[in-house]
Design a protein around this ligand. Structure first.
Ligand code: PLP
Length: 383
């Protein structure tokens, strides 16, 4: 296997090239001629995610993720919800990590429960605390790096535990990307991504990815067709383009996040820094083992003076836009309590490690020195 960046450019590309085009062209057509004698299932239609543009992107994503199969969707949430709706039905139980992205958390504590699906929690970082799953358990769900607390669970053990109990293991790998870790190699059945973030990497589309075992991805594809959660062809083209530079961007984002984390760790106004690239982080050993020490482009920190000061910091930066999301070329800063986790019950939110005074930074690819100087200026310290 070639290096990461070589694979991202060359793996899964159409062969032979379409019309000789070095960049795969975009098929911006909602429907396609039926071949005489072919059946309904042979037809190409954009909602069925089977245009040539989708096919090429699926092939490329499966190569990049190292999975049997891959599928794109209209958003990360479409990837998550269609996967869980495929795997779960009334009377089933999903065993979900106790710290998750706010959108997933509100889906699990809202719609999922209304549909008669039970949700039980587990701490992915502490295998010693895991109980035998209940009779109706079907799925284990977790994140590679949790948003925004940046915890990394004992992921090999999670996948093995799911297998041992006949459960489907699903992992959200948005913060890690396939550049840092390939969940299929850790034993996971399905991975989901918000490709809105580092996969596309330019903050200009909303997209999701589901990748994993062919049979399971095929079932999710069927469900996604009914839910209408396909990705538009033009967005497919942009995602394909973004993927080609993902390793370069992720590498730089990791360097920036580490530089900022080191600065914040020594700052008197900060009571806690969540970034697994720091030796002081409780999951640093897993970050080293699973990701070669690269902890991704997102970090969060708790402002000792409270939410008001956290808000002032998050809204005063020169090079960091106050906006949700992450993974683009621009650095973004926000308080999760007012954005990604705003819909989560405040008590639950605090129990998940997300106080109102927590600030999250999603690093872009600017120069680390400028980002650190920006923070130092706003937080009143020379660097
Ligand atoms: N998963 C994680 C870890 C996220 O951070 C997000 C969004 O921030 C999502 C899923 C949802 O992605 P999208 O906004 O593309 O639906």
């Amino acid at each position: 296997m070639a290096g990461d960046q070589t694979e991202l450019i060359h793996a899964g590309e159409p062969d032979p090239r379409i019309g000789g085009a070095v960049v795969p062209p975009i098929f911006q057509s909602a429907t396609f001629e039926q071949i005489p004698g072919s059946g309904y299932h042979d037809g190409r239609y954009i909602r069925l995610s089977n245009t040539p543009t989708h096919d090429h992107l699926h092939q490329k994503l499966a190569s990049i993720c190292g999975t049997e199969s891959a599928l794109v969707s209209s958003s990360g949430m479409a990837a998550i919800t269609s996967t869980l709706l495929t795997l779960l039905g009334s009377g089933d139980t999903v065993i979900a990590q106790d710290r998750l992205y706010g959108g997933t958390e509100s889906f699990l504590s809202g719609e999922v429960q209304r549909w008669g699906i039970d949700v039980q929690r587990f701490d992915a970082c502490s295998p010693g605390t895991w109980q035998d799953p209940p009779a109706g358990a079907k799925v284990v769900y977790c994140e590679v790096i949790t948003n925004p607390t940046c915890r990394i669970g004992d992921l090999r053990a999670v996948a093995a535990w799911a297998r041992e109990h006949g459960l489907v293991s699903v992992i959200d790998a948005t913060f890690a990307t396939p550049v840092l870790v390939k969940p299929a190699e850790l034993g996971f059945d399905i991975e989901v991504h918000s490709a809105t973030k580092s996969m596309n990497g330019h903050g200009d589309i909303c997209a999701g990815v589901i990748a994993g075992k062919a049979k399971l991805v095929h079932e999710v594809h069927h469900c996604l067709n009914h839910l209408g959660g396909h990705l538009d062809a033009h967005a497919c083209f942009l995602l394909h383009r973004g993927l080609r530079t993902m390793a370069l961007r992720v590498e730089r984002q990791c360097q920036n996040a580490l530089a900022i984390s080191r600065f914040l760790e020594g700052h008197e106004a900060v009571s806690l820094v969540n970034y697994a690239g720091l030796e002081s982080h409780p999951d640093h050993h897993r970050c080293v083992e699973l990701m070669g020490g690269r902890a991704g482009g997102v970090l969060s920190f708790d402002v000792a003076a409270g939410a008001e000061e956290a808000e002032r910091i998050a809204t005063s930066m020169r090079y960091m836009a106050t906006a949700p999301s992450m993974g683009g070329v621009e650095t973004l800063i926000i308080r999760p309590a007012s954005s990604s986790h705003a819909a989560v019950d405040p008590q639950v939110r605090r129990a998940m490690g997300v106080p109102d005074s927590l600030v999250r930074i999603g690093c872009g690819v600017e120069d680390a020195a400028d980002l650190v100087a920006d923070l130092a200026a706003v937080m009143g310290e020379r660097v």
